[in-house]
Structures are given as C-alpha cells and as structure tokens.
Design a protein around this ligand. Sequence first.
Ligand code: PGA
Length: 250
Amino acid sequence: MRKPLIVGNWKMNGSLDDNKALLDGFKAGIGNVKVAEVAVCAPYIYIPDVAEQLTGTPIAWGGQNMSIEAKGAFTGEISTAMLLDFSCKYVIIGHSERRTLYGEDDALVAQKFAVAHKAGLIPILCIGETLDEREKAVTEEVVARQIKAVIDEVGIASLGDGVIAYEPVWAIGTGKTASPDQAQDVHAFIRGQLAAHDKAVADKIRIQYGGSMNAGNAKELLAMQDIDGGLIGGASLKVEDFLAICTAAG
Ligand code: PGA
C-alpha cells in the first residue's frame, strides 16, 4: 500500500508574514490528516524560517530546484548540501517551469535527479506533456522519454527511491485539470514503463498528480488506483484548500 504524498509547491510566492500565517494554519489542521504525508517546498530564502516553524511537526519541507554542482563559482545556484543544512527532505526536479523558462532538458534533469538522490534528498521528478503534445497524441512518448532519461542516468533502483509527479503542462496554473480517467491512464502508463524494468520498483514508487488540483477535485483524482498524491501549486497557498486536499488523500 503506497502512502499518499501531498506536496505544496509555493513557487515564487510568499513573505515572512504570509508564510507564518499559512504554516500556523497547516499546523492547526494537520492533526486531521490521518494517512497522507505532507510537505511544502518553499523559495530558498524562506527555507530556514520554514524549517524552524515546522521542526517537530509531521510536515516536511524541501527545495524547488538545486544545482548539480557541489560548490564554487555558480552565481545564484544552491547545492544539495545547502538544502540538507536546513534539513530539507525533498527537492523538486525538472518542474515544467524550469524546463520551459530556464531551459532544463532531459539530460540535466536526469543529472539533477542523480545528484539529489546521491546526497540523500528525495527527488520529486516532474514529467508531463504540453498541450500541443497532447493534441498530437504523443503524451506517452513524451513521458516515456522523460523517464528513460532518468533511468539511463541513475538506474531503475535509484529511481524507486524518488517520487514522480505527472504534471500535464496544460493543466498547471490554468484551472484546467486532467480528468481522473485521463490522469489515471497516464499514471498507469508510467507505472508500466517502470514495471518493464522492475516490477517491485513500479509497485513501490509514488506517482503524484499535479496541475490545478484543488479542494473540489482532489478526492476524485486521489481515488484513482495509480494516483498516489499531489503536487499542489496555487491551492497550496490557501490554508483551507491545502488541508482539504491533504485530508482528501486520507
Ligand atoms: P498548480 O501548479 O496546482 O497551480 O496548477 C502545480 C505545479 O506546478 O506543481
């Protein structure tokens, strides 16, 4: 039985005051979340503050990105050791915004996965097709290519220690959600791709759905057999909505 994982991806949002209000709300409500594991991925500069506020609670935290380099002349970058200095558990890898706005390709994303895994962080590998790719009916080809890049780099066993987030790009921040059946089809396909290498890994790995998941649609999506949680953007910035998604997961 895979334990659902709900992760808030705050993206470039928040302030010290807003974060405190949000986290106070989460802490007050987390006792009602009986089954799901919960985490938030904050902007780098707020991670120390988030760590301080969440230490001793069941809510974990993580980064939204990281460098493949260990240290040195890489202006603006953050290393895995720095994330670990503040007890990050997770790091989001290859979010579609990183892929499209900052030019991260499959090869770099795979390297990031390898470096994060080796450092002891749990990588949340984001994959998913654009609207154009869905309309051309190449969704399966796209996600298969994205997964293969990581398997080729780290091997199937290491991939099993991570998390996959299937995030159709056309559903991110658009209010358009994949229907439960649409999402389930791709999740099952992804699990099948992994099973072709190692059935135990495929059975164990958590595959989150991401893309306009909200308090209204979470229950139906999370009820699908191969959907093991959610990566939540917009709705993770509202106390009631995020908690409603967490409790919908059990
Ligand atoms: P959204 O973002 O929930 O705002 O669509 C999800 C994500 O980008 O991870």
